[in-house]
Design a protein around this ligand. Structure first.
Ligand code: NZQ
Ligand code: ZN
Length: 387
């Protein structure tokens, strides 16, 4: 078991109606609030009106229009400018992972005199950040319980995971009823994203029985509950369990004591969504079974056997490689069953930029240090196999 250093300062308020505590939580921080949100789903669902009614007495500065795969320009830059000009005390992020990730970059940028890109690219370490409170409307990324945000810069095809311990939200409001309106496509993509977060912590060299069981329960819970959410979008118990499993996905808790995996699936997917602006969870689901096939070997087979037997109930009496192959096939079949397009061509990606993306990943994602090291040729092969 590896040493670890773990602290998550975020307060989680989970369940129906927790939003009523919003004025009290924000009031303890400050009076001028940057209300950050996306393309309008919160207006359609009525959450926007509810939030404004709770913010009576606060000064509200709005930052609307944050897109999926949030963009540095204009959203981060606009948000930083508004915070500085209007003396914002706290950012209230209402939406999915994209709104929250954008809010994190804004929080750091607002307390920095130079170009916020210096912070996102780690040229400069932030000394301070504005506090963030969020109301999550989509179960997927785990951004509500971690200190990372992923920011895209269109002109350079960069999609960078910006991590800094100053960026943990102060408080996350997690009311599963706000996810009832999430589309089937985004529900499935959210499940694939969260399952991948667990895979990136499960598929590693050194782990514990405790963690393996925790991860395996996470996979099973996500698979069962996502299907229930797709059948009945207003199934509170299913939405709640899905939200809880997603929230734990990215803050390291599934991997405490494990050796690092290098997060190869995310390293590869970030290029796909940077170059083609696709939905993150779909890109991950497409790449996953091809990556699994690529890294399956005498050295890794036991890990896939454990995954196959404990997550999918594959017969442990079968030969090892047969169990592993079945585990990979069942992973593919599950993603397909929940409606995810399983080829890059299905999401508008063809052969033309595969080599360029593979080079970008090899140069920027450090996957030569992954559980199974991946170099440019490996990445290109995985991407071609995914076409
Ligand atoms: O923009 P609006 O109108 O709000 O619509 C959104 C958006 O179109 C919609 N939506 C959100 N809540 C809804 C809803 N529609 C109906 N009802 C609701 N309740 O869903 C669409 C997608 O939203 P988005 O926020 O982009 O999805 P998600 O939460 O999956 O976030 C994806 C982003 O997070 C990054 C990804 O790379 C991607 O940029 N990630 C962040 C991580 C982190 N901070 O730890 C880790 C992840 O690995 C991931 O990389
Ligand atoms: Zn992810």
């Amino acid at each position: 078991m590896q040493n670890f250093d773990y602290q998550t300062p975020t307060r989680l308020l989970f369940g129906k109606g927790v939003i009523e505590q919003l004025p009290e939580v924000l009031g303890a921080i400050g009076k001028t609030v940057l209300l950050a949100y996306g393309g309008g789903s919160i207006k359609k669902t009525g959450l926007y009106d509810k939030v404004l009614s709770l913010l009576e007495g606060f000064t509200v500065v709005e930052l609307p229009g944050i897109q999926p795969n949030p963009k540095y320009d204009p959203s981060v830059l606009d948000g930083v400018r508004l915070c500085k000009e209007r003396g914002v005390d706290v950012i209230l992020s209402v939406g999915g992972g994209s709104v929250l990730d954008c809010s994190k970059a804004i929080a750091a940028g607002a307390k920095y005199d130079g170009d916020p890109w210096d912070l996102i690219t780690y040229k400069v370490k932030a000394k301070a950040a504005l506090p963030i409170v969020d109301i999550l409307t989509l179960a997927a990324t785990g951004s509500e319980y971690d200190c990372g945000g992923v920011i895209s810069r269109t002109e350079t095809n960069d999609k960078i995971g910006y991590i800094d311990e100053l960026l943990f939200p102060v408080c996350s409001f997690l009311d599963p009823t706000y996810t009832f309106t999430v589309s089937k496509k985004q529900t499935a993509a959210g499940c694939a994203d969260a399952m991948n977060h667990i895979m990136e912590q499960y598929f590693c060299e050194d782990s514990t029985l405790l963690n393996d069981g925790f991860c395996e329960a996470g996979f099973r819970s996500l698979m069962i509950n996502t299907k229930r959410c797709l059948e009945n979008p207003s199934d509170y118990t299913a939405r709640a369990e899905m939200m809880f499993a997603c929230t734990l996905g990215c803050n390291g808790i599934y991997a405490l004591g494990n050796s690092p995996s290098g997060w190869p699936l995310h390293g590869i997917e970030h290029a796909l969504s940077a170059y083609y602006d696709i939905t993150h969870g779909e890109g991950l689901a497409i790449v996953t079974p091809r990556w699994m096939k690529h890294v399956l070997s005498d050295r890794t087979v036991d890990r896939f056997v454990k995954y196959g037997v404990n997550v999918f109930g594959v017969d442990p009496a079968l030969p090892k490689f047969e169990i592993a192959e079945q585990a990979i096939e069942r992973t593919y079949a599950f993603f397909e069953e929940i409606g995810i397009p399983m080829h890059l061509r299905d999401v508008g990606i063809d052969e033309s930029r595969i080599d360029e993306m593979a080079r970008h990943v090899a140069e920027n994602e450090g996957l030569e240090n992954a559980w199974v090291p991946l170099f440019e040729a490996d990445i290109a092969k995985i991407l071609r196999d995914s076409l």
